[in-house]
Design a protein around this ligand. Structure first.
Ligand code: SF4
Ligand code: MG
Length: 309
């Protein structure tokens, strides 16, 4: 359904152009959940936003059902913006504090000219109920809700438009572990019920492991490994993925989290030559500093960008 080819995003930076997303390819099938993982600063949120043109890519192609999104105008652009929704890490920052939840959801429907006022009112109540918010939420303001409820509001605002795909940027990262589980279960149920596809962006591998069918691992603006989630967590082949998988803590929140990978993530303004992971890679060989490893399929559906794979 969604295909992204060679997507590039740069930001201005004091050291020059920061290559936040540097030639990324990915696909999301109908009804599929694709997890996108990596350390903070690797460009994964920017990638999610660039797909929806919330940030403007400087190169590459985003297509939905084979149609290039860049060429869409008028009603067809509006239709794309309805079909592909975004849920933010901090829903509160993206909710107008002076509008009630009912007005926020109704506003989304009105922009897309979906139904007259009574139809929209009915639809809003139906969706609020479906995401587990009380009926009186329609008349209340965002600040009256807890973090978990605000994320339900963010999900409701996306869902009310009957999307086919939702890009979720760290949707549970700001929440307590028990609330995280409730929101993840809600997302799983909604996906089944409405046939949704998700692009689920997270730095938290245990969350991605729970929710994703397929996982992409991103490092400094590039995808370094892609596989079905059983394969990715069972037989990771890229040294970076292996380090991430080894660092996943046991499900006991009192235990301190291991550092993900030794060494700091280098700046995307001055990325290392060759394989960008080479300064931190325990297996690096001579050519790693010079030659960029390309993504190669090593088994059906499993691709790795590493000279040793
Ligand atoms: Fe490590 Fe070299 Fe593979 Fe990069 S290409 S991950 S530096 S072994
Ligand atoms: Mg982010």
């Amino acid at each position: 359904m969604l295909s992204v080819e060679g997507l590039e995003v740069r930001y201005a930076h004091r050291d020059g152009a920061l290559r936040a997303v540097d030639g990324v390819d990915l696909t999301v099938g109908r009804g599929e959940t694709v997890g996108l993982v990596g350390e903070s600063g690797c460009g994964k949120s920017t990638l999610g936003k660039a797909i929806l043109r919330l940030v403007e890519p400087i190169g590459g192609r985003v297509a939905i059902d084979g149609v290039d999104v860049a060429g869409l105008k008028g009603d067809r652009l509006l239709a794309f913006r309805r079909r592909v929704q975004f849920v933010f890490q901090d829903p509160y920052a993206s909710l107008n504090p002076r509008r009630t939840i009912g007005e926020i959801l109704d506003g989304a429907l009105a922009v897309h000219r979906l139904g007259d006022r009574p139809t929209r009112r009915h639809r809003v109540r139906e969706i609020l109920d479906r995401v587990g918010l009380p009926a009186d939420a329609v008349d209340r303001l965002p600040h009256e809700f807890s973090g978990g409820q605000r994320q339900r509001i963010g999900i409701a605002r996306a869902l009310v438009l009957s999307p086919d795909l939702i890009v979720l940027d760290e949707p549970v990262s700001a929440l307590d572990v028990s609330i995280q589980a409730q929101i993840l279960n809600l997302l799983v149920d909604l996906k089944r019920e409405f046939g949704l596809a998700y692009l689920f962006v997270s730095h938290d591998l245990s969350v991605v492991r729970y929710i994703a069918d397929r996982v992409l691992v991103m490092y400094l603006g590039r995808i370094v490994e892609c596989a079905d989630h059983h394969v990715l967590f069972g037989e990771p082949r890229h040294p970076y993925t292996r380090a991430l998988v080894d660092a996943v803590p046991l499900p006991d929140p009192r235990r301190p989290r291991a550092a993900i990978v030794a060494g700091d993530i280098p700046s995307a303004a001055r990325p290392p030559s060759g394989c960008r992971f080479h300064p931190r890679c325990p297996l690096a060989i001579g050519r790693c500093a010079d030659e960029v490893p390309s993504m190669r399929e090593i088994a059906p559906g499993h691709a790795v960008a590493c000279h040793l794979a």
